[in-house]
Design a protein around this ligand. Structure first.
Ligand code: BGC
Length: 394
């Protein structure tokens, strides 16, 4: 058979076109597959708008998710954790942290629900401390004393947020620069706080800071927990364990007196799990001063510096929370100053003791108490501390 040149030309052209078409459709299939794989993978961080500040600045909300189904909402105002869901022993998820439904309610007056606390978590007596012979004066926003960083602590500033994903889970990095002299503290402080939600239901919090002048730092997280999921009900039915043989008694302004007191034989003994409600009304001078538990426990040292500090158990739902930290202390606050005036999420109000806080930290008033571990940070040093809240059931 004689094959003409034009026939060969058109034949080759046709084959080339068919081939291209195949390649093209392969490519399309491939990208469909790629899209499918991306789409079927849960997106661990969702970004939405939570509200607007009075000056118009947008407050963003990031929802961290894990494979287990837990979700943690964090807003850029105060780095506040506004929602944190956890399963009960039957796998039923509930929100286990106190907070509000909207930004306006946070702005109207928030008793630090879910907030990042800085520069100094807890109290500094009379709002004064000295460094290298110079006295610094801070706001006295809690009676005669300074509390949780002052009038506008880190709980009330807008932080920059960068969501990312790594092997550990969903990660939100929050950064903030506190200018030299802000709230009376010396030194420009660059702060970085990383929240990581892991697949085994732990929220790992890494705090970092550097300064350009000697200063004091004590960062913490102020979530109020209610593991029952019924956020407006008292938490007296939760069992607390604190890994601490001593605590710091306080004066009338809740400033440590300097004494390290044994917990044994007192209502402050949580070395074995004990219901919050068991002895909270006992006739005890320290409980009277705090109107319940509002004290710093001196954590026992462990084999590792990052050790179990506390746990909380709600028997009815089976929810169990462990707190790990490398900090020397933990403030256990039983929500004594909640008084039923603040609106609860989804309805009702936050009654007295409807939430408890386990705030890992250096001891209160450390800048004025030379027997306490130092909270001083010098230029060239890096402040790093870590706390992990791990939720499970039993
Ligand atoms: C303190 C309480 C205070 C509360 C603020 C806690 O860290 O220990 O005394 O009332 O924060 O809501």
């Amino acid at each position: 058979m004689r094959i003409t040149k034009p026939f060969i030309f058109y034949g080759i052209l046709l084959m080339a076109l068919v081939n291209m078409g195949c390649k093209q459709s392969k490519k399309e299939n491939q990208s469909e597959m790629e899209i499918e794989t991306t789409a079927s993978k849960p997106n661990p961080i969702e970004e939405t708008t939570f509200g607007k500040m009075p000056n118009g600045t947008e407050v963003k909300k990031f929802t961290l998710k894990n494979e287990a189904g837990t979700e943690v909402d964090v807003i850029t105002y105060g780095g506040i954790i506004t929602r944190w869901t956890a399963p009960d022993r039957n796998g039923f998820y509930d929100d286990v942290v106190l907070g509000f439904d909207n930004l306006d309610q946070y702005l109207e007056g928030n008793p630090y629900f879910g907030a990042l606390i800085g520069r100094y978590g807890n109290r500094i007596a009379k709002g004064k401390f000295s460094l290298d012979g110079k006295t610094y004066t801070l706001a006295t926003n809690d009676g005669d004393n300074h509390l949780h960083g002052g009038e506008k602590g880190f709980d009330k500033v807008i932080l920059d947020a960068m969501p990312k994903e790594d092997e550990e889970g969903a990660v939100l990095v929050l950064t903030y620069t506190s200018e030299d002299g802000e709230e009376g503290y010396p030194g420009k402080l660059d702060v970085k706080v990383t929240y990581t939600l892991t697949d085994d239901n732990a929220l790992d919090i890494q705090y970092e800071a550097v300064t350009d002048k000697p200063t004091v730092v004590n960062l913490t997280q102020h979530s109020y927990f209610n593991l029952s999921g019924q956020l407006s009900k008292p938490v007296l039915d939760h069992k607390i364990h604190l890994n601490a043989d001593t605590y710091l008694p306080v004066d009338g302004g809740l400033i440590p007196t300097g004494e390290f007191r044994e917990v044994a034989g007192t209502p402050f003994d949580f070395t074995e799990p004990k219901l919050i409600g068991k002895e909270i009304e006992a006739d005890n001078e320290q409980l009277g001063l705090g109107q319940g538990y509002d004290h710093c426990w001196v954590l026992n040292e462990g084999k590792d510096s990052f050790r179990l500090a506390a746990s909380a158990y709600h028997e009815k739902t089976g929810r169990f929370m462990e707190v790990y930290t490398n900090e020397p202390g933990i403030q256990f606050y039983s929500g004594n100053f909640l008084d039923g005036t603040l609106p609860a999420k989804g309805g009702g109000t936050y009654v007295k003791r409807s939430g408890f806080c386990l705030e890992t930290q250096h001891y209160p008033d450390s800048p004025n108490q030379s027997d306490f571990p130092s909270v001083r940070l010098n230029p060239g040093e890096k402040y790093t501390t870590r706390t992990m809240y791990k939720l499970s059931t039993k």
